[in-house]
Design a protein around this ligand. Structure first.
Ligand code: SAH
Length: 228
C-alpha cells in the first residue's frame, strides 16, 4: 500500500498586478497576430477566457493556444477567435448566427459587439454549460440552442453575419441561403485533420463573393444532433 500523500498546497489567487500583467500579455499576443480592430480587442479584454476552460487545462487559458473542452471538442486559440471576429466586420445592430457553441467563448465575445447572437451546437451538454456561463456573466443577448447548425435557423433567418467554428468541406448551402444580402459569413473549409482555409463569403445582390483569409485548423462540422 502506498503512503498517503500530503495534500497539495492551495494555489493562491493571483494578485491584482499579476492579473493586469496577464491581461496585457494576452492582448499583446492578439495584436502581434494581426488583431487591430479596437472593438474586437475591447471585447476580448472584457470576456475572461479562464471562465470557459474548466478542466486541468484551466491554467493555460491565457496562452494563445486551443485547449480541450468537454465532449471531445476544443476551445479555439484566442488569436483565431479575434481574427475571425475581426473578419466578420460586425456592427452593433447585427444579428449573428454562430455554428459550434463549444465552450461559449466565441459567442460571449460576439455578444459584446452585436445586438443578438444565436449559437447552435450538436452537443446538448455544451449548450447547457455555455448557457450557464452566459447567465452568470450577465450576457442576455445570446440565445443558445442544441441542433444541427449546418441547417441554420430558418425561423430566425436571415442573418447579418454567420460564423462557423467547425470545418465544412464546402460552405454549407443552407447557411449561405440564410445570409442577408450584404451579409458576411466566415467559415473554415477543408477536410478535417488537414490544414483548412478560413473563407469569408459576402452575399451580393446576385451571387456570393469568396475570399480566402488564412490557413486554420478546426474540428469537423458533423451532421445531426449528438447523443449527449
Ligand atoms: N466556438 C467554440 C469552439 C467550437 S469547437 C468556442 O468558442 O469554444 C466546434 C464546435 O462545433 C464543437 O462544439 C462541435 O460540437 C460543434 N459542431 C460540429 N458540428 C456541428 C453541427 N453540425 N452543428 C452544430 N454544432 C456542431
Amino acid at each position: 500500500m502506498s503512503e498517503p500523500t500530503a495534500p497539495e498546497p492551495e494555489e493562491t489567487a493571483p494578485s491584482a498586478e499579476e492579473l493586469a500583467e496577464r491581461k496585457m500579455r494576452f492582448l499583446f499576443a492578439l495584436r502581434s497576430k494581426g488583431v487591430t480592430d479596437q472593438r474586437v480587442l475591447g471585447a476580448m479584454e472584457r470576456i475572461d477566457r479562464g471562465l470557459f476552460v474548466r478542466n486541468i487545462f484551466a491554467g493555460r487559458a491565457y496562452e494563445d493556444m486551443p485547449l480541450p473542452i468537454a465532449c471531445g471538442q476544443t476551445i479555439s486559440q484566442p488569436s483565431i477567435v479575434a481574427l475571425m471576429t475581426q473578419a466578420l466586420e460586425t456592427s452593433p445592430r447585427d444579428t449573428v448566427l454562430e455554428v459550434g457553441t463549444g465552450s461559449g467563448y466565441q459567442a460571449a465575445v460576439l455578444s459584446c459587439l452585436v445586438r443578438r447572437v444565436y449559437t447552435v451546437d450538436r452537443h446538448r451538454r455544451l449548450v447547457r454549460e455555455a448557457e450557464g456561463l452566459f447567465r452568470a456573466l450577465g450576457l442576455p443577448n445570446i440565445v443558445a440552442l442544441a441542433g444541427d447548425g449546418a441547417l441554420g435557423l430558418p425561423d430566425q433567418a436571415p442573418f447579418d453575419r454567420i460564423l462557423v467554428t467547425a470545418a465544412a468541406e464546402d460552405p454549407p448551402g443552407l447557411l449561405l441561403s440564410q445570409l442577408k444580402i450584404g451579409g458576411i459569413m466566415v467559415v473554415p473549409v477543408g477536410q478535417s485533420d488537414t490544414v483548412q482555409s478560413l473563407i469569408r463569403v459576402r452575399r451580393l445582390e446576385s451571387g456570393y463573393d469568396y475570399e480566402e483569409l488564412r490557413p486554420v485548423r478546426f474540428v469537423p462540422l458533423v451532421e445531426g444532433l449528438a447523443s449527449d
